[in-house]
Design a protein around this ligand. Sequence first.
Ligand code: S3P
Length: 173
Amino acid sequence: MNNLILVGFMGTGKTTVGSALAASLGMPHRDLDAAIIEQEGCSIPELFTRHGETYFRDVESRLLAQLLDNGPQVLTTGGGAVLRKQNVAVMLAKGTVIALNASEEEIIRRLENDTSRPLLAGGVAERVKTLMAERAGAYDFAPIQVDTTGKSLEALVDEITAQVVESAEGGKQ
Ligand code: S3P
């Protein structure tokens, strides 16, 4: 099995689904944000405050490429990992990319009380709306697209597994 890479906006369930998918497939699960936190020795809000977003994006790009050289695995990424063209190219070259989607309403509901995401500081609903508009189409490059709204974890794991198998058989990766 190739690397399976989960992308999607914040709150689409990448980490939860990725962990369950990895367990179901007997593959290791690695999370890009967790790798960044481990390497930098501080939380993501602290990293943004101390060094700024560009520094965070540089670390993110570097670790993404490193982790993808150490598969196969299920790799879950942060919502902004798709913003650099080089990252998209690396993901497409090194694995099968799966985009998780959810409605704006559902994402706001899930993230309402979140304090761990610096880009949502100052008003979750407003920030989600702005960022979703800015990032419209950013996740469309993934050959597998999955809507998570209203689906159980088990149903999502089954749906993704079926799509991965189908995409492998069709030689689309
Ligand atoms: C970000 C998403 C976050 C994290 C950082 C920036 C983004 O990850 O990488 O706060 O730019 O969308 P999640 O998608 O896991 O929340």
